[in-house]
Design a protein around this ligand. Structure first.
Ligand code: ADP
Ligand code: 5GP
Length: 204
């Protein structure tokens, strides 16, 4: 019988480095991990591909997914809708894979209602000032969007501390240390050894 995989939810304020860390982790556990691609009404950033980074939807299409009960949870974040499609998660778990999800801290609370055993990992930036530097350096959001994301970051971290169920909190200060810490967490939780060792990775 196939051993069922685990659900691993990553949450972080925007710009904390969650996507970069998640991509590096996926490369280290290529057999064990699958990524849950969310649906969103946000416009793609340069380089983002439909069905890889997100399923990019119009508001009408997104509404139809809600009405068709295709989403485990959905949430309005920074003025756009985001939601987690249910079918691909069930398929991946059924195939024996573990699934990484990227959910905002409020979405995680709703997700837990459907999947109470999901593991939570909260990624935090070393400071709000550093978070701002990273959002500016990423060059993917305009000034107003960055302002909203920073305002929300403090609130999100407070909410996560008080109401979130996160088994692990990882500070993404030095990228390599954070990646090593996450690798050790996943090795413990998945009972698998990472297949790509740190030597092969580029410095940040
Ligand atoms: P998120 O997915 O949490 O919004 P990203 O992964 O897009 O964040 O990271 C935001 C920016 O910060 C990117 O330009 C990324 O290369 C950079 N970054 C990620 N981790 C670090 C780190 N530890 N130190 C410095 N910059 C980082
Ligand atoms: P971004 O626009 O930077 O890709 O994501 C913005 C926020 O939306 C992040 O906090 C991210 O975790 C969250 N997010 C992405 N997908 C989902 C989802 O399916 N559900 C919820 N609730 N939040 C999501």
């Amino acid at each position: 019988m196939v051993k069922p995989g685990k659900l691993i939810v990553f949450s972080a304020p925007s710009g904390a480095g969650k996507s970069t860390l998640k991509d590096a982790l996926m490369a280290r556990f290529p057999e064990a991990l699958r990524y849950s691609v969310s649906a969103t009404t946000r416009k793609p950033r340069p380089g983002e591909q439909d069905a890889v980074h997100y399923f990019f939807k119009t508001p009408d299409e997104f509404r139809a997914m809600i009405e068709g009960q295709e989403l485990v949870e959905h949430m309005q974040v920074h003025g756009n809708f985001y939601g987690t499609p249910k079918a691909p998660i069930l398929k991946a778990l059924g195939d024996g894979h573990s699934v990484i999800l990227d959910l905002d801290v409020y979405g995680k609370v709703n997700f837990d209602k459907a999947f109470p055993h999901a593991l939570g990992i909260l990624i935090v930036p070393p400071s709000i000032e550093e978070l701002e530097r990273r959002l500016v350096a990423r060059k993917s959001d305009d000034e107003e969007t960055i302002r909203i994301r920073l305002q929300n970051a403090t609130r999100e971290l407070e909410f996560a501390t008080r109401h979130g169920k996160y088994e692990y909190t990882v500070v993404n200060d030095n990228f390599h240390y954070a990646l090593e810490e996450l690798t050790r967490i996943l090795e413990k939780e998945l009972g698998e050894t990472a297949m790509v060792r740190p030597m092969g990775e580029k410095a940040k």
